[in-house]
Design a protein around this ligand. Structure first.
Ligand code: BMA
Length: 935
């Protein structure tokens, strides 16, 4: 066998189809050459890869993430590059037909096989196949594959310059660094974003195969569209949970079927190994290169798949085989699950009104017919170069998501459609993935070639990922309805009706039917952040009538989700200023990464808060094209972080400049985490308010590189303060103070997202910062009993600071400890659990506190693998355990408060260790007090 021609099966056992009578060569791996004639460069290449990565491997360039390489490496994006395979030996001469199969080419390619032109591509997100039978027949010797990648940045500019191409009013389109991204079907953030670099990489970013069929009736499986739904289910209506399941197995193939084939299915429970169902599929239909059949599974036979925290993630292998009279022709296995997930946008009913829910419309998710609170964040591309996103790294990320008490991620538009392995990880861990088509912060063309290109992209990706039970929603794009259209209305009112028409043409008339035709199980909305729909009529030319702002202005009526950013840090903790809606799908504020993370990318001499390297790596606000060195824009974002710290926290003033930089980075993280906590507890409290708020997904889960961003997890997996604090405030039962610092009103609420009532006690302890009790507990009761309803909130205490007898507001902390008993929101397990949560309230902001040195003591028990922290003298606020570079993981808790004499014993969960265990010696502890010291 030729070096590359391992049977595909051997390479990717879990996802690939078995195919009979077929020769499949896996053309991935090394043995390629990457070259640029214009630049006179030729280096060894890999597939899957991108030019930057191969140039890095060949030492032609330095790590693209280092320093200001984001700007210095623009020449790579601005040139054309050719990937050439080495000669492919040993192809059988008896083959009837041969194809090249590309699972992803980024983006503009001219393909040659054996020196003959085969075709072109212009969409990063499509799977392409080319018939090379003829070219192979006329090939002398061993053929090579050659892929010439055109410069995407130049091609986008050329399309924009064409007088016939669509144009939009100025000021509407979101330009970050390279312009004109909306003309092309390539990851939009490759052209820059406010949290990332602009490399515009090119290359064969996914696998390549050469497929040959030997016989008359050979087929090769390209893609599947497996759909499991309740009988009668329609995407935008609540599924009837009493109905049996329909399993619809649809398969796209290469090759030919001579006679009408049959299909059979086996559904196997992965835990017990038991076969749930086997036999022939009904209603087998061949249409074009797609074959489809269905079967019915009893309503209650399968175990349901639940998101994390709500039950088991039951998974089944569905194997479908295509047969003719004599043989099995091909078979494919997909791991899937039985669940319904539904975005409820129906009008508020009389029953809901009677329960105190405000009028308007619902906007929340239901899993297997149950409402739940969606807790999570927004996922952005984990790297500017997808081929270096490893499964191991994504495992660590998804483990951090689950450890962070998050059950939903919004897979934000304008990254790339996630690879199957990421949906697999989400299926296993119970993380719902609200998924979006790749359109964001711009208006898009509506010419026929563009629409046809999008249609192929949508069909391929909807089918590819539909079997994953973690798939929760399809959204057409990001902020197009909430930001782009309103901005078009403002900038150019006469063009608005035409632009709304274009928007509806692409995101409703084109994409909606494609989703519905390929999935009955998933809800669709045209763009994230919206007020739902007024009507769905599938036979109308615009099948979904969006509500937009119609009728939403009435006070006390709620219709949609919210997207909220306010960089005026003076109102960061003013919860009265937060938006009230049914669901919060974006909100946030940026912070600096840790010193350890900065050091991965920035030289020591640049480690200053406003060094040019740090500033120019800050892309909030985006530089805008073509001005990369835009200090003015960056300074605005740097100032927002600085002002926020100065307003609320002790201002770091360390003698050592690197230590000072590190303390500043940490301070920005404290602000960020406190602000998100303040918003999350506000949104969660809304579950029991008239708005019946049922989701908080903050911006953003993780980083694409090392820079100031909204992320809670840094590029290599290190948790910022935010991810710990979000984990804390995403616990099922929480207690939260709400302080209106203008009026002095203080209220304490218990909020629960359990599915049944919980009961418990909250203990209130007023102490001064040395830990001494404040006399008569300052007028606050020592305990309060409470009961809190399912997915609800209850106020347990209310006062005004004026009524408290605090000797000194600067020397006072209210420690609020909750203990509750209740059932986990778990459909499979009804055991009563004890929940605890600690929160605290300080009647002044942290910078005004009369802090005392808590004299923290840290010890490590090597045998038990634990760290113990003790506050020996005074209250320790924001107690922060830190760990050195070289290890990735997280402490079981962090950024917590400790009372004098209190000890916490914690483990550090190691996810990856390159220090051989030596990291334990580098663990340190500090608290807010240390932000005030010189050393
Ligand atoms: C919203 C998102 C992203 C952006 C983020 C922070 O606009 O949808 O486009 O990165 O806020 O600005």
């Amino acid at each position: 066998m030729h070096l590359w021609s391992q049977l595909v099966l051997a390479v990717l056992p879990s996802v690939l189809p078995t195919t009979l009578g077929q020769h499949v060569l896996y053309l991935s791996g090394d043995g390629w050459t990457v070259s640029s004639k214009a630049l006179n460069i030729s280096v060894p290449g890999n597939v899957p890869s991108q030019v930057h990565l191969d140039l890095l491997d060949a030492n032609v360039i330095d790590e693209p993430y280092h320093g200001l390489n984001d700007f210095n490496l623009r020449w790579i994006a601005e040139n054309n590059w050719t990937y050439t395979s080495k000669p492919i030996d040993g192809l059988p001469s008896t083959s009837k037909s041969s194809w090249l199969v590309f699972n992803g080419l980024d983006t503009f390619t001219t393909i040659e096989f054996c020196g003959q032109f085969i075709g072109t591509t212009n969409n990063q997100f499509r799977q392409y196949t080319f018939d090379i039978s003829n070219a192979l027949k006329h090939c002398n010797g061993s053929p090579t594959v050659s892929l010439e990648f055109g410069s995407a940045t130049k091609i986008a500019n050329a399309i924009a310059a064409d007088p016939n191409s669509q144009k939009w009013p100025s000021g509407v389109q979101g330009t970050f660094e390279f312009p004109n991204r909306w003309y092309i079907r390539k990851e939009q953030s490759d052209f820059g974003w406010d949290w990332g670099p602009a490399f515009s990489p090119a290359g064969p970013w996914q696998n390549i195969y050469l497929v040959q069929s030997e016989g008359e009736e050979d087929i090769y499986i390209l893609n599947t569209g497996f759909d499991i739904y309740r009988k009668g289910q329609i995407n935008h209506l609540a599924p009837d949970q009493s109905q049996p399941w329909v399993v619809n197995a649809s398969i796209d193939y290469l090759g030919s079927l001579l006679r009408p084939p049959s299909m059979s299915i086996e559904i196997k429970d992965l835990e017990s190994g038991k076969v749930l169902k086997s036999g022939s599929l009904d209603n087998v239909i061949v249409s074009g290169q797609t074959i489809t059949g269905t079967t019915i599974v009893d309503a209650d036979t399968p175990s349901l798949w639940w998101p994390t925290g709500m039950g088991k993630q039951s998974l089944y292998n569905v194997t479908v085989t295509i047969q003719n009279a004599d043989d099995d022709l091909a078979s494919v296995t997909r791991r899937t699950g039985f669940r319904t997930i539904f975005l409820n946008r129906s009008n508020i009913t009389d029953t809901q009104l009677a329960r105190g829910i405000a009028p308007g419309a619902n906007w929340h998710f239901e899993i297997n017919g149950r409402e739940f609170y969606a807790k999570g964040s927004n996922l952005i591309p984990p790297d500017a170069f997808w081929p270096r996103v490893t499964e191991a790294k994504m495992q660590r990320l998804f483990d951090a998501v689950v450890a962070g008490n998050q059950n939903m991620l919004r897979v934000w538009a304008s990254s790339a459609y996630l690879p199957d392995f990421m949906y697999d990880l989400a299926d296993e861990r119970g993380v719902l993935l609200w998924s979006e088509f790749q359109f964001s912060d711009a208006l898009y063309p509506t010419d026929h070639p563009f629409l046809d290109n999008v249609a192929a992209e949508v069909i391929y990706n909807v089918r590819r990922v539909n079997h994953h039970p973690s798939l929760a929603l399809w959204a057409g794009g990001n902020e197009i309805e909430s930001l782009e259209l309103p901005s078009a209305k403002q900038h150019n009112p006469p063009s608005y009706p035409r632009l709304v028409g274009d928007y509806e043409h692409l995101f409703i008339s084109l994409i909606l039917p494609l989703v519905y035709e390929n999935s009955r199980s998933i809800s669709y909305m045209p763009s994230s952040t919206n007020n739902g729909f007024l009507e769905v009529n599938l036979s109308a030319p615009v099948p979904m009538t969006e509500r937009y702002d119609n009728g939403t202005e009435e006070k006390g009526h709620y219709h949609g989700d919210t997207d909220y950013y306010n960089y005026d840090s003076r109102v960061a903790f003013d919860f009265i200023s937060y938006p009230v809606g049914r669901f919060a799908n974006e909100f946030g504020y940026h912070s600096m990464p840790s010193l350890q993370t900065w050091r991965q990318a920035v030289d020591d001499e640049d480690l200053h808060f406003n060094s040019s390297t740090i500033m120019l790596r800050n892309h909030h606000y985006p530089a805008g094209s073509p001005d990369t060195h835009n200090y003015t824009r960056s300074a605005l974002g740097m100032a927002e972080m600085t002002l926020a710290v100065e307003q609320y926290y002790p201002i770091p003033n360390k003698q050592d400049s690197v230590a000072n930089f590190s303390a500043w980075c940490h301070a920005t993280q404290l602000f960020q985490a406190d602000m998100y906590k303040s918003e999350i507890q506000f949104y969660r409290r809304g579950s029991g308010m008239p708005e019946r708020q049922l989701g908080a997904l903050y911006w953003q889960l993780e980083d694409i590189w090392q820079a100031p961003t909204w992320a809670g997890i840094e590029y290599d997996g290190r948790w910022k303060v935010l991810h710990y604090v979000a984990r804390d405030i995403f616990q099922p039962v929480i207690v939260s103070p709400f302080w209106n610092y203008t009026t002095g009103d203080l209220a304490v609420y218990v909020t629960s997202d359990l599915w049944e009532m919980a009961r418990g006690t909250v203990r209130f302890t007023w102490i001064d910062l040395s830990g001494k009790p404040i006399s008569r507990n300052s007028g606050t009761p020592l305990t309060k009993q409470f009961s809190v309803g399912a997915l609800n909130t209850t106020r347990i205490y209310e006062t005004n600071l004026e009524q408290l007898t605090l000797p000194d507001t600067k020397d006072a902390v209210l420690v609020i400890d909750l203990t509750a008993r209740g059932c986990l929101p778990n459909a499979d397990n009804k055991t009563i659990t004890t929940f605890t949560h600690r929160n605290q309230f300080m009647p002044v902001f942290p910078k005004d506190l009369a802090l005392k040195n808590p004299e923290l003591k840290l010890s490590h028990d090597a045998l038990a693998g634990t760290f113990t922290v003790e506050a020996q003298r005074a209250v320790s606020l924001y107690t922060w355990l830190d760990y050195p570079a070289g290890v990735v993981g997280y402490f079981e808790d962090n950024s917590f408060s400790l009372l004098p004499g209190e000890k916490r014993t914690l483990r550090f969960v190691v996810q990856k260790d390159e220090t051989g265990g030596k990291w334990v010696d580098g663990v340190t502890v500090r608290s807010l007090w240390d932000q005030t010291t010189k050393f």
